[in-house]
Design a protein around this ligand. Sequence first.
Ligand SMILES: [Zn+2]
Length: 372
Amino acid sequence: MVENPIDIFINEHLSESLKKSEEVFKFTRDFQRSFPIESIKNMTLEDYLYVPYDEYNPSMSFCSRIWRDGEIMSHRGNARTNSFGIYTINNQIKIYGKYLAPYDDDVDAAFDYLKSEIFKLLKEVDNDNYIAVERCPINRAFSYKLLEIYFPEKILHVHTENTLNDYCKCVGLEYDPKQELIYRNLALVNWKESVPEIRNWDNHVLMSFCDWLWRHNLKIDGGALSRNTQKVAMDIDNQINEIISEGIEKEAIVKVRVNQAVFRDLLIKKYDRCCLCGVSNRKLLVASHMKPWSVCKPEEKLDVNNGLLMCPNHDKLFDQGYISFDDDGKIIISKRLSQVDCVYMNVNDGMKIDVNDSNREYLRYHRNNIFE
Ligand SMILES: [Zn+2]
């Protein structure tokens, strides 16, 4: 059987890619903190202008930071921030770009216009209004670079047309070449969210994956993909049905089998340690289902969003409904658990896990049906 490219990538490249995405997200967070969208309208030209790199006195300006630190994001579709609209050359300020032509002689007016367009673009995309991207007069490389930095969780940091087209082809996405690039970009992210095995990947990992597919001339077969996850789930079901028909014992066996499968690996990659405490010894970490296997639809059985990684104690408590979590991820502790038990089992009211929308749905099931 030919191995699914997703499995190969998960086994061979995911951890490396996750490390890189940590650096990427650190940069984007730091940058947004230095230049919040709201502050852009008040930025001075000095705050903005690219300054040639000086290792002893590196510039912290908007364009310099993008140029220097933004390199971490990718080299694809390189956007040269040293010529983003307004820049200096031989100590002279130059205005660059057709859209700034009306302000050719007036740097302040040109800069005001540039800032207002940057602000408008970021504000609109923040509100998921992507028509603004089509309408934005700022050159594509520049505007996409900004979107990648301000919205790394919404879009993929790829902004050259050929690359995006190649990535769409690799994952079997059809696209309209006449449509603005942003929609192809969003379609790739949507595609990721539709595939249970990779739904939790951040967009940087998705980009590395697409790039890897493209470099190795691999393609994803969409039908095979969902058949694959469902088949793994079915195999486990079949193996279990041979042993036992139903009941608590069945869930216990499911637990063992699921923990041997890719589900646990994905959870380890996602959480790295017990969701509630610091236990990080991989041999001790257990994949817990929020909605139990036996009541899951086929596509829910190995959905990472349906799982939590826990140490044996916390797994037991969660599995047996002694603890659950609310929509904010705050722990709910059962009255069946005494104060003393809480101390010895290491649970307290202050505990919290990170949850996304898909988690919330599964947790709702857990609260209503498992938690007592
Ligand atoms: Zn724990």
